[in-house]
Design a protein around this ligand. Structure first.
Ligand code: SF4
Length: 378
């Protein structure tokens, strides 16, 4: 298939659905976790789950970068923007709305006088610093391996150009350690978590890191993995590949997304990341807790562009809103409709938790596309 429409073809989807239904075995539970917010969004938007047999369940995982960012990191950015009038803090649109402590968000901090701006890319933030030499421009960078190379590149460029008024709060996180944490944690640590039968591996992340880094899931945890694209037929084909692995007792890393993912990934992007960023010893994740070597910091050689160093920023862990079920949703223990705030106090217009902010968040995806199919009263 050549064009995107072909990956959304209804007749092909119906055929695939029938093929999956024929292949599922009675008495088996096929609980597959999608490990990427892009998949969560696509599954809700195209109603993929409705096309699958009841025993094939798609469980949301911790793959939305906005969702997994803990409150403490947003608080850090808000404190900086409010305390330092010379700072212009810029970040992606979704980050502006993540609920933080004291009823604040970056957007609300702006209403209190902080200079907080939305940018479309890391390069926009760098350009802003070049246009405003009298300001301290700080880029609040988030994302998995997909958005990490552009952040590394702007730090490298700032260093090459001697741009002293630009710095970055680096919140980039790594996918394999999050998968490892979920597969290694005993179910007792998060009651309600399903026993997974396979993983839908992320698409864009895998373009950068390749398929090889997931081998541990298959070898150490006997967990089938299929890396897949974001179109509905990609997801359905990956489900079929996972069903086959389960039926045959195999646990392998397979690649449905061969049009973009290779075993070794993008070596140039990996080298760029490695030159500028290094693993943090520990990093807090919403839903998964503090995980070793699961996020990146700016290397000491680039400390002049590290906002945490430059402004002496402190990372203080903060609990989530006590009624919000985001943490349980991010490890597969709950669904959005299990949260009593879903669709009432918490909506995309009035998010109380991070999962309702980004379109890739499980709650926002279900609110926008899935809730109309919920049974009355759910
Ligand atoms: S509905 Fe809102 S409060 Fe509840 S889990 Fe989702 S984001 Fe959190």
């Amino acid at each position: 298939m050549k064009y995107v429409d072909a990956f959304r073809d209804g007749a092909l989807a119906a055929g695939l659905a029938q093929a999956i239904a024929r292949e599922v075995e009675p008495g088996r539970d096929y609980a597959f976790m999608e490990f990427c917010g892009g998949h969560t969004h696509a599954i809700s938007r195209y109603g993929v789950a409705d096309l699958l047999p009841r025993t094939v369940r798609l469980i949301h995982g911790p793959g939305c970068p906005v969702c997994v960012l803990p409150v403490g990191r947003i608080d850090m950015a808000i404190r900086l923007a409010l305390a330092r009038p010379e700072v212009t803090l810029c970040t992606y649109a979704d980050c502006l709305r993540i609920p933080a402590s004291d009823g604040l968000s970056l957007l609300k901090a702006r209403a209190r006088g902080a200079d907080v701006r939305m940018v479309y890319s890391a390069a926009d933030a760098l350009a802003l610093a070049e246009r405003m030499p009298e300001r301290e421009v700080v880029f609040f960078a988030i994302g998995f391996e997909t958005t990490t190379p552009p952040t590394a590149r702007v730090i490298e460029l700032a260093a090459q150009r001697g741009l002293a008024n630009f710095s970055v709060i680096c919140n980039h996180v790594l996918t394999p350690p999050a998968i490892e944490a979920l597969l290694a944690a005993p179910a007792a640590d998060s009651p309600g978590r399903p026993r997974l039968a396979g993983i839908l591996g992320p698409a864009h992340v895998s373009v950068i890191i390749g398929s090889a880094p997931y081998a541990f899931a298959a070898t150490r945890h006997h967990m089938p993995v299929v890396i897949t694209g974001f179109e509905p037929l990609d997801v359905m084909q990956a489900v079929r590949m996972l069903v086959r692995q389960v039926n045959e007792g195999r646990a392998e890393v397979e690649n449905e997304y061969t049009r973009a993912v290779t075993p070794e990934g993008n070596r140039k992007a990996q080298a760029l990341i490695d030159a500028v960023l290094a693993p943090r010893p520990q990093f807090d994740w919403r839903g998964l807790g503090s995980l070793p070597a699961s996020a990146l910091r700016i290397r000491p050689a680039f400390a002049a562009w590290d906002a945490e160093v430059k402004f002496g920023l402190e990372d203080r862990p903060v609990p989530d809103h006590k009624s919000c079920a985001c943490a349980a949703i991010l490890c597969g223990a709950k669904a959005p409709t299990d949260c009593k705030l879903f669709g009432t106090a918490c909506t995309p217009e009035t998010p109380l938790g991070a999962c309702m902010v980004s379109s890739e968040g499980a709650c926002a995806a279900h609110y926008n596309y899935g809730r109309f199919r919920d049974p009355a009263g759910a």
